[in-house]
Design a protein around this ligand. Sequence first.
Ligand code: ATP
Ligand code: MG
Length: 721
Amino acid sequence: MDITSIIESLNDAQRLAVTAPSQAMLILAGAGSGKTRVLVHRIAWQIQVGGHAAHSIMAVTFTNKAAKEMRARIEHLLNIPTHNLWIGTFHGIAHRLLRRHSKEAKLPETFQVMDSGDQLRVIKRLLNTLNLDDSKWPPREVQWYINAQKDEGIRARHSMETGDPYQRQMLIVYKAYEELCDRSGLVDFAELLLRGHELLRDNPDVLEFYQNRFQHIHVDEFQDTNTIQYAWLRLLTDGKDNLFVVGDDDQSIYGWRGAKIENIYSFQKHYPNHQVIKLEQNYRSTGNILKAANKIIANNTGRMGKELWTDAGEGEPCSLYAAFNEQDEAYFVVERIRTWINQGGSRSDTAILYRSNAQSRLFEEKLMATGTPYRVYGGLRFFDRAEIKNALAYLRLMANPDDDASFERVINTPTRGIGAKAIDDIRLIARDQSISLWTAAVALINQRNLSARATNALIGFLELIKALNQQATDLALYEKVKLVVEKSGLIGLYQKEKMDKGEEKVENLEELVNAARLFDFDQQNEEGMSELDLFLTHAALESGDSQADDYEDCVQLMTIHSAKGLEFKLVFLVGMEEGLFPSQQSVDDFVRLEEERRLCYVGMTRAMQQLYLTYAESRRLYGRESYPRPSRFLREIPSELIQEVRLRATVSRPATNIQPKHSSSISVGSYKLGQRVQHEKFGEGVVLQIEGSGAQERVQVNFKQAGVKWLMLSFAKLTTL
Ligand code: ATP
Ligand code: MG
């Protein structure tokens, strides 16, 4: 038996963990120290050396992508197929169990799994039947409540009566929701876990079967397990020391979704014979990247404490780029990526990581403009998001009432009392007479077959579109977009969704207004199309097709949350500004701030060779202009580990890339040192330095009020005094 391949590429501590006799184990180690690698090799070891059948092993990871990769790596090490091996996410494994034991789980054989969108629709309908007002009981909030209860293992019947009217009402809804799902055989994501737990807990035969079957259970990213997931592991391993978990308390980033870092402590209590192994050598990043990440995380309290080192050499210092605004930030990042590719680097080794999804748009646009393939993970591309499509559908319908797809999309979004029956009737008329839905709707109203309520609602909708069109006539493009998102009721709709994604959707709609404001009409105008038409075409072209395929070599865009566990040679951590990262909601909350700092640590430690941190001195995001301070996390990095880079020294971009926006106030080349200037926002100041030329020309100005700033002349509204 050749075991070399399993242990040859491991250090001593890793080898110890991989080859240890069967016992409960906790591998507690920092980023990039080989935890996932240890877990994979451990499984191979158990099969190859321990003689355990693949079917006696279970491994749980955080995403399906990670599960797939883990299986491939084990197969590669052992050179055998491993379909008997259960590798998956908690949800995936729970689903499998419930399918096998639907009777014991008290589910119909044909039960259906709902994703969170389906769940929300069910909740909306339920609130309706219960005569509860959407605005007082926002469906999202109800959904959040129900899922949080389930994640804690709590059924409606278990909840204590607190006397609090809000609580009481939520419980009534929760109970009705449970009954409805049971009646219709529907299972939401949280239910998968809870029901799976109950299945094992309440059916001793089933539990015993799986306890006997799974001789070894492995969990990656253990720090982000929640209460019910840990309860699962306890049941399956009860009385045995066969749980092997790897994790990093410094990378716990899902506290806001119920993950319990305390599970690491509970593990140590519940498995008293466990062994802890710490891995301290990092194999991923260069010395400077690692030191900078270590320095930042050292500011958190209550850490379990570990320090990482590497013998990979110092590498380059982390680079810091102070962009003068968000456009400049995106130009810089994309130009750096192009340089990297020109020098032989591969696109898929490159990642742009951001705190919030709305930040992706500008990078997407710049990547597209330069023909660089890219892929956005864990979230839809900006123009593909439902709220953006809804807003665009209104605009399209205003421009062309016969646009049936747009008509269908928004006729009842937000809900305005036009029921499925009326919509079906419209479709029927349209089909029979080969006319558009809009014309069919007018015909239906004239037929007077609808109820008065439905007729009024339908008239209301048609009038709304006409009125919007009229009001928009003389407005600038961005004002048109603003009018539509507000008057269509879309902003109001998402504002009501207090929890979860509602806020993000409102922000995305504001960002759409922003996109319209910055839309460069002159540059795009080719065939005498109207500005609105051009903008809509631009949006359509930006969505869908042009995104790279799964396997194509492309630049990776994702939130820092979705980058967990991954690694890239070149990483850009963008938007390092107070209020964005750390997020506004966390700056005054100690616990949340520490989670943000862990997130920063996760982001930085994704980088193998080069890490760029960028921030903008002024940013227009969510439709607002702000002058944020650089993120506090940047100040936590010692200056010797970081080098400030300038646009001029680092990139050379064609002057045509930046179109002057305010030609009236530009007088490129007309500035002298010491010249007095006036800026719209910053007031009066004196020119200290000038660099670059043409569209690239920048000046450094010492403003009386606002202090020293670098400004790009082609953008800044500067006038000489
Ligand atoms: P994270 O905390 O980010 O999930 P991790 O601790 O799981 O990181 P891995 O992803 O397993 O770390 O490993 C990080 C990188 O280091 C990988 O590219 C892996 O192949 C490499 N690596 C790990 N251990 C060794 C080793 N002993 N020799 C060479 N390379 C190693
Ligand atoms: Mg890992």
